[in-house]
Design a protein around this ligand. Structure first.
Ligand SMILES: NC(=O)c1ccc[n+]([C@@H]2O[C@H](COP(=O)([O-])OP(=O)(O)OC[C@H]3O[C@@H](n4cnc5c(N)ncnc54)[C@H](O)[C@@H]3O)[C@@H](O)[C@H]2O)c1
Length: 377
């Protein structure tokens, strides 16, 4: 019942489900109870729910100290620590406790759903249901069937998420699923631009907000997410893609993690959040800013096109993923149409010619579309 478990439990209870909550540490159950009461109080004060509704939601919670208390569950959504062996172990135990009809789901961000499915009896009832943080607020949920998953389990999961009042998208079981995969260049290319000395952090952040309309520049966002988390996601995806240079992590970010400069939460990351710290303003050079934005957006569009090309998700789900999962101002494929597909190809080819690195290879889908003068929409 950590951060994600608490959010998911609240979503389920608020949609009318009876929720049984289990955590290996009893202290976490106590903390969760306090947090739930505080969240419901805040919703009541804001007039979003009535006092009676708040009480009804609290009554739908059942706090469990033993795993076998979950034996009558129709659904289990696991959100324990991101550790493959630990998760496999708990699913193995659970499949001996629950009925054969119980659907088993994992909220993993980066592990293989297929690998986890292999740890349960009847793996066809296993699926990935990936919420975003905070789960009670973020609308998007990635639903990720393993290769073993029965199609009816996918349909039931999509319906459940809709009943929760959330927006489900269907994604193939590949590293980073959709959102975390497509978002990689937002951080990675910004870091590369910084490392090459093209611009400083404030200028790159300014370029992406000024010309791209992003709510937060990449360095502010990485500081907000926390470098421990953000770096680990990048490293996991990089390894899982057999070291594809498109996802290569950066030494600059690793150094921050090693120094304990984890971002906002530790008072220091790329920016210094300590009291009285000096804030260096961006260099508001329009030509430089535009070139930074154009490079990063080309890489993001290329990644989105490649995910579509490889059938990881549908065109519309890819757009929903980035606008509702990470609040991008526009869907990347619609953005490609606006810029012009041929122009996107030219930008990628220029980067490739300059660096001669596989990192900058243009997606075959973009190239074909440019040749045939097609658009995504
Ligand atoms: N934090 C995020 O932004 C985020 C977003 C989406 C998905 N996720 C995924 O959700 C999962 C949980 O992440 P989190 O950030 O909530 O972690 P967290 O550290 O806040 O919570 C993990 C919880 O698991 C409990 N736990 C550990 N081992 C257990 C066991 N064997 N049995 C029962 N409980 C056990 C811990 O006591 C803790 O309460 C991970 O798989 C993570 O990848 C996290």
């Amino acid at each position: 019942m950590g951060t994600m478990g608490r959010g998911i439990a609240q979503v389920a209870a608020m949609s009318g489900c009876e929720v049984l909550v289990f955590d290996a540490q009893s202290s976490m159950l106590e903390r969760s109870k306090e947090e739930l009461v505080a969240n419901l109080k805040s919703l009541t004060e804001k007039g979003k729910i009535s006092q009676a509704e708040s009480e009804a939601v609290q009554n739908r919670y059942h706090w469990c100290h033993q795993l076998n208390q979950l034996f009558q569950s129709d659904w289990i959504i696991e959100a324990i620590r991101e550790d493959l062996d630990l998760k496999k172990q708990i699913f193995l135990e659970l499949s001996g406790i629950v009925s054969d009809q119980c659907i088993l789901a994992t909220n993993t961000s980066s592990l293989s759903v297929t690998s986890l499915a292999s740890s349960v009896t009847l793996p066809e009832r296993f699926i990935g249901i990936h919420f975003f943080n905070p789960a009670q607020i973020m609308p998007l949920v990635e639903v990720v069937p393993a290769i073993q998953t029965d199609p009816t389990v996918l349909e039931k999961s999509l319906t459940l998420i809709r009943d929760f009042g959330k927006l489900p998208i269907s994604v193939k079981d590949t590293p980073g699923f959709i959102v975390n995969r497509i978002a990689r260049p937002y951080y990675g290319e910004a870091l590369r631009i910084l490392e090459e000395g093209i611009a400083d952090i404030a200028t790159i952040d300014w370029a992406m907000t000024r010309f791209g309309g992003f709510k937060m520049g990449p360095f502010k966002l990485m500081d907000f997410i926390g470098h421990d988390v953000n770096y680990q996601v990048t490293e996991t995806i990089f390894k899982a893609f057999y070291y594809d240079p498109r996802y290569r992590p950066s030494f600059t970010q690793r150094n921050l993690v090693e120094a304990g400069y984890l971002g906002r939460k530790s008072g220091r990351g790329f920016y210094d959040y300590r009291e009285g710290a000096e804030v260096k303003p961006p260099l508001e050079d329009e030509t430089l800013g535009k070139s930074i934005f154009e490079r990063i957006i080309a890489m993001l569009i290329n990644e989105a096109a490649e995910a579509l090309f490889l059938g990881i998700s549908s065109r519309d789900d890819i757009e929903t993923a980035m606008t509702r999962g990470v609040n991008y101002p526009k869907g990347l494929l619609a953005w490609a149409d606006e810029i012009g597909i041929a122009q996107c190809v030219t930008r990628m080819d220029r980067l490739y010619e300059r660096y001669r690195e596989d990192r900058y290879r243009c997606s075959p889908l973009l190239r074909t579309m440019a040749d045939e003068q097609q658009k995504f929409f």
